[in-house]
Design a protein around this ligand. Structure first.
Ligand SMILES: Cc1cc2nc3c(=O)[nH]c(=O)nc-3n(C[C@H](O)[C@H](O)[C@H](O)COP(=O)(O)OP(=O)(O)OC[C@H]3O[C@@H](n4cnc5c(N)ncnc54)[C@H](O)[C@@H]3O)c2cc1C
Ligand SMILES: Cc1ncc(C[n+]2csc(CCOP(=O)(O)OP(=O)(O)O)c2C)c(N)n1
Length: 574
């Protein structure tokens, strides 16, 4: 027998630069895993839950910009991929999922484990096709890969196990892949209109997002020319915040008041490559310009007065020569001064003294930030770790920061770390885990040991689903269903073959994190942090304030006044 379809799949993938596939095996995947066994240029990363495989592939794709691959066996095996693939699709990272399918002759008979991947994955992919005939290969695979790469998102091929084992008809790759590198620029007339607007405006604010990746120099030059403060949406933090004298932080519920002020108090807001989703944080009266690579993004979140299709770097390069130097500095100075004040206030919360318990999570993150290497890759779980990462991690152009920012799924940080560490074995990879988040994907601690991935996990143990508690409080709802009776995570880590450490008082934080970071292998540090640490939004609206007092009233009426006193102690009386 000549080359099998499965061998053709692995050959096409490796020729396109794919070096590993994350997944869990199963008989419908036997062709693929057997083909990997016969190669020495493709690694199988065996995770313990397929969702972790999809998150791991997403992290690899995010960090490298290149196609990454995950796989699941038929039915439940590939169903488990779905949540992670949603995350990849919403983060716009190129990922191919191989969803193995039941034997092709059984399709349509409600056979054992039968599902319809073409339907199931339709919403979280740009392309999803069943391979029902060997003649379709490698074309369907290549279309899937090309679509994931050029549309930046997920493609799925549903591959019946029997077809993977059949002899391939065409036995060689047909397409040479390269990363899209074309510059997209608005027309001359559009740039002139934008330059006219900016040249006659005094109070301009720039709101940048992940689309500013690779355009740092142009962004800084632009801000200097128009004398504008720069605030960022969360996914833009790693690309915008560093070496940036115009930085005024973030806006949104977990942003800073300085970001909020810069956004609300401008005449012209220039959105650059951001899809920041929260409408109430956009100004109502300002003239709004939006520049995005994808035309369909324009006007999605706010009214837009001038929408231009272009990539940030090319557009700014073409725009800059058309701009005159703005001589009005008051707005910029005011916003930057406000930012300094806000930053100082935030830094004052990041304190710890010997014997102090519970530990402030801000302090933990500050220490982590100080001890982590210059090119560390951080992941933060959805939960309060997103707040601490946004406020206390310092980016520098080399460090990276990943989360499930657009999809907002819990339990992302450990699986994303698997992908990051497998791809960059020599870099420090650090997961900031919630206790709820970690316990949701606990099985994949074992993957760290199995693949010798020296990931460092910092567990913010607050014995609660604390982020939900904050949401409940501001909505005026009493906390319920949010308690966690936690295990000893350090002992669990030890049992799984990791180094397990604990910090129960503030003075134990630094030595424990330092020891974990220096350890030559995977390590977990369980830190007992305050449960009631309030993460105040940048400005409290009347509705939120009302909700908070309502909560207090409810708590007191329900005989839980002690909780209010705790809240006050931890936040107001510090
Ligand atoms: C619990 C929780 C709370 C959160 N709270 C906040 C908050 O308070 N504040 C906040 O900011 N975020 C918050 N987030 C994150 C938020 O949900 C969004 O993920 C984030 O704001 C989006 O960031 P972004 O616009 O940079 O990235 P994206 O949403 O990825 O948008 C990037 C945009 O850039 C475009 N683009 C890509 N490449 C280019 C290019 N080369 N040139 C031009 N355009 C390009 C894309 O088409 C897209 O429109 C929170 C997330 C969670 C989970
Ligand atoms: C898969 C999933 N389930 C539920 C939620 C809703 N949710 C958002 S944050 C959160 C709590 C996270 O708790 P934990 O990981 O312990 O972090 P903490 O906020 O306590 O620091 C929950 C339940 C979600 N976003 N994703």
């Amino acid at each position: 027998m000549g080359k099998r379809v499965a061998d053709l799949v692995t050959e096409v993938l490796t020729k396109a630069g794919v070096r590993r596939i994350y997944g869990v095996p199963g008989d419908s995947l036997n062709g693929i895993t057997d083909s990997i066994r016969l190669r020495n240029d493709l690694q199988w990363i065996h995770v313990r839950h397929e969702e972790a495989a999809a998150f791991a592939a997403g992290a690899e794709a995010h960090l490298t910009g290149s196609l990454a691959v995950c796989a699941g066996s038929c039915g439940p095996g590939n169903l488990h991929l779905i949540n992670g693939l949603y995350d990849c699709q919403r983060s716009r990272v190129p990922v191919l999922a191989i969803a193995a399918q039941i034997p092709s002759a059984e399709l349509g008979s409600t056979y054992f484990q039968e599902t319809r991947p073409e339907h199931l994955f339709a919403q979280c992919s740009h392309y999803c096709e069943l391979v029902s005939n060997v003649d379709q290969m490698p074309r369907v695979l290549e279309i899937a890969m090309q679509t994931a790469i050029s549309k930046r998102g997920v493609s799925v091929i549903a591959l019946p196990g029997d077809i993977a084992m059949k002899e391939a008809v065409i036995d060689h790759p047909r397409v040479h892949y390269h990363e899209p590198a074309s510059g997209v620029c608005p027309s001359e007339e559009e740039l002139d209109a934008l330059a006219d607007l900016l040249n006659k405006s005094k109070k301009i604010t720039i709101f940048g997002g992940a689309g500013c990746a690779g355009a740092h120099a142009q962004l800084i030059e632009f801000a200097g020319k128009v004398q504008a403060p720069i605030l960022h949406a969360y996914r833009g933090k790693e690309f915008i915040e560093y070496d940036n004298p115009f930085d005024v932080g973030m806006t949104g519920l977990l942003g800073f008041s300085s970001g909020y002020l810069a956004m609300m108090d401008c005449d012209v807001l220039v959105m650059l490559g951001t899809d920041f989703p929260y409408q109430p944080f956009f100004p109502k009266d300002a003239t709004i310009v939006q520049i995005d690579l994808r035309g369909e993004q324009i006007g999605r979140r706010t009214k837009v007065d001038l929408g231009l299709v272009g990539d940030v770097k090319t557009t700014l390069q073409a725009l800059l020569p058309k701009l005159s130097q703005n001589s009005h500095q008051a707005h910029l100075n005011e916003c930057v001064a406000h930012y300094r004040k806000t930053r100082k206030g935030l830094d004052e919360l990041a304190t710890g003294h010997p014997g102090q318990k519970p530990i402030h999570p801000q302090y933990v993150t500050r220490i982590l930030d100080q001890l982590a290497s210059k090119d560390a890759i951080f992941m933060c779980d959805v939960g309060t770790p997103v707040i601490w990462a946004a406020r206390y991690l310092t980016m520098n152009g080399q460090r990276r920061l990943l989360g499930s920012f657009n999809h907002g799924s819990m339990a992302n940080a450990l699986p994303q770390a698997i992908g990051a560490q497998a791809t960059f074995p020599g870099r420090q990879v650090i997961s900031m885990c919630g206790d709820g988040g970690l316990s949701m994907c606990l099985g994949d601690l074992l993957t760290l040991k199995q693949h010798a991935l020296p990931v460092k996990l910092i567990v913010y143990k607050n014995d609660a689903l604390a982020f939900v508690e904050l949401e409940m409080k501001s909505a005026g709802v009493l906390n319920f269903t949010t308690d966690l009776r936690n295990p000893d995570f350090a002992k669990i880590a030890e049992g799984a073959g990791l180094l397990g450490l604990k910090a129960e008082t503030a003075d134990q934080v630094e030595p424990a994190i330092a020891k974990a970071l220096a350890y030559n292998g995977p390590a977990l540090v369980e830190v007992s942090v305050a449960r009631q640490e309030l993460a105040m939004p940048p400005t409290i609206t009347f509705e939120q304030a009302k909700g908070f007092s309502l909560f207090m009233l409810q708590a007191i009426l329900n005989g839980r006044g002690d909780e209010i006193i705790d809240l006050a102690k931890e936040n107001l009386l510090r």
